[in-house]
Design a protein around this ligand. Sequence first.
Ligand code: GLN
Length: 319
Amino acid sequence: FVIPDFQDFIKDIEEMYWSAKSNTDGKVASYIPQLARASSESWGVSICTIDGQRFSIGDVNVPFTLQSCSKPLTYAMALETLGPDVVHKYVGTEPSGRNFNELVLDYNMKPHNPMINAGAILVCSLLKSLDKPEMTLAEKFDYVMSFFSRLAGNEVLGFNNAVFLSEREAADRNYALGFYMREHKCYPEKTNLRECMDFYFQCCSMEANCDIMSIMAATLANGGICPITDEKVLRPDSVRNVLSLMHSCGMYDYSGQFAFKVGLPAKSGVSGAMLIVVPNVMGICTWSPPLDPLGNSCRGLQFCDELIARFNFHKYDNI
Ligand code: GLN
């Protein structure tokens, strides 16, 4: 086993869980009513190692919407189906140093990276127009959902239609990004912008829980082979690209500090979820809705700080 004394390890995780539970910092996202209603008490942590050892504590079965945690997943799917050369003809690999939804493109008039809204909207257009372009939006939705599900060991994902409808209504900035990129001819030729935006909101509105998301993180930790089903879902080069950009761009405007302090690839979302990958060891998902001013889950960040204080998981430990 990659973690020889799992029972001992769990004791540490439990202590870290309870210590973060008493953290009452942060505010639940309020830009749509469905997220504003989330309980600030909710707190769950799930772990899945690359050899399939599992541990969960807290609110690990409560569904939440993926939101920005869908960005590494759609990016992974685009890499897998289209290859990195095609994907990176359209989207960069540089941290933007700006807000996740800032109305800005890079020097080549491409979105900076796939982990911010502009880049993720663009990746959705690639999945829609370049990979199996004959599919309808409905077929494409099923296709993407079943790909996500394979990353999660065939667990079934949900879809929150109320969140989807609200996202679409409260999306002035995302539409502005969508049109700005069309003005600069960022999309593949056949792109229908309305469909592309809907597809992006649908990906944000898919639902999972900590248990399910920890398996996805574990598939990324395991070079693309799901530790539960042993299915090879992603090529190693796709995984490397996803983890690289999660490492440099996954935590909004805190990405640089997070890479410095925690040194692990991670991605947070506005629902309070966080995917954390310890390469070659395990995947972790934490979920707690209260966010700090930069948009990261307060309890999730505290958990990561403590994880690194107790274990040598930082990329540059052991040198
Ligand atoms: N639906 C949100 C948006 O596009 C997702 C962003 C996030 O999780 N930060 O604005």
